[in-house]
Design a protein around this ligand. Sequence first.
Ligand code: F6R
Length: 608
Amino acid sequence: MCGIVGILSHEPVAQRLVDGLKRLEYRGYDSAGIAVINDNKIRRCRSQGKIVNLDARLAQEKIDGVIGIAHTRWATHGMPTEENAHPHMTEEVAIVHNGIIENYKVLRDDLIEKGFSFYSQTDSEVIAQLLTFFEKESTSHLEAIFKTLDKLEGAYALGIMFKADPTRLYGMRKGSPLAIGHGEKGEMFLGSDALALAGLAENLTYLEDGDLAVLTRDNIEIFDKDHKKAIRPSQRYTAGFEAISKAPYDHFMLKEIYEQPDVVRQTLNTYLSADKKSLSFPKLTFDPDSISKLTIVACGTSYYAGLVAKYWIEQIARISVDVDIASEFRYRQPPMPKEGVALFISQSGETADTMAAHEYAVSERQQTLGIINVPNSSLARAVHTPLMTYAGPEIGVASTKAFSTQLCVLAAFALHLAHERGLVSSEKLEQHCHDLASLPNALEQVLGLAASCKDIAEDLSKAQDILYIGRGTSYAIALEGALKLKEISYIHAEGCAAGELKHGPIALVDENVPVIVVAPSDALFEKLASNVQEAAARKGQVVFISDKKGQQAYHGDALARLTVPDTTVFTAPFIYTVPVQLLAYYTAVHKGTDVDQPRNLAKSVTVE
Ligand code: F6R
């Protein structure tokens, strides 16, 4: 959510700042801008909308310098206009900011009383004005920054440069991530994530919460939250540019859907033994036998992965599971069991609500686990036991491959708990591991439904409301299908437990409403089929997703049928996810929406 790049060099930096922003555009694309220092002046170029607009503007304005900061914005305070685009600046200082300054109104009013003028509706501009105020009454820029930070409430990652000192770039973080890249030729970089720095620097230092870093071309000085000098390790990050190309696909989302067989294989390779007959699960910091309840907390798609896991863990490991939406969990302040265990799921590892929920769980003395895709992210570093997924960078804003890899870890976790608790025999475990290991092939097969999904999507794209229904783990997949569709096609969609239809949502059904049915032939199939008949009887346009057996058993009307490969009850969620992803993707393509960067959204939601 918002992206930051900063470069301190001895060569012109404008083009590399823009290139860095392009790699970060998935984090926000409401507006973008850069500022550089040149001829003893801060020069700035900003534009509304995507970075191509900034590129075009820069071609005309041609600003450049050897030090600069850049930002791509996801609007929180103030419309996505040029005035509200970052960098924000005064004559003396320019800043870029990720996060939210919660007390900005009070600070702003106070500065206005002191004679300062504001030019945007953002919370961020107050930081530039405060720095300007404190610069005058401080003996150093560092002192002015510390005084400013003391006033700020909320979350931030910041990049700052002062006109009076073009040899220093300042970066700091509280609640939002920030990394420093060590260049090889007397250069230093700031980036809101490793992707921003791909191709610029291979040696990265991640700042800890509360850190302030002072960058010169050949040195870094870091101060911790108590203003004491601190040393942070640096590590190599070698992801190349190829990781972020969507070729040969039209969209990152489609590429990522097609990557699922590979990333599922890679993730399973970590959590299954080499012969795929047993698990290879990291040592846990708690005894599975003694937990009475597991709490799972996440947001959005990651939350739905948690919901699938609730069914798995309760059924196989016989541990009761609470699944919570992170933004609700933290403020509800639920009592947590003594010596309890809490699991956090996050693709980015930076979601503000999930991070805050984790903090709450730690304060409640829980052992914490995290299922995370981005190495070195804030959550990966905060949990007691990180369980990484190996989806690779996910660029499409709608999460697809990350979800499938989260399911891999959750499936292995459920089996591990069950095995440790003596609830699955070694033979049964071997069977489950074998089923998991066959998933990459089954996923390749189910991707063969793309052409049929594209056809069905043409009808779906004309709908105003679409219902998704399922039972058991397929209820979670119905919810995920509805989320995927609404976020990229802007069609209203609702996922609902099939048994709940008649308690309200069926009132929506008429001949204009497609009803997508996630229907593996499992123990709940008959019940689900009856619910589908109820919808079909009200002229709902049924899209029936099932295996061969299920297709034969369903005799009702259907607008379309999608036949997926046979699965076990346990592995069904992996397979049924793919058609709902493809239906959402092609519906959005038919509607002509911006699939990879849907309106109003951003990847990595680092504000509450
Ligand atoms: C939906 C989607 C979001 C994220 C949610 C959590 O396609 O991508 O709902 O799943 O914002 O993000 P992470 O997993 O990064 O915590």
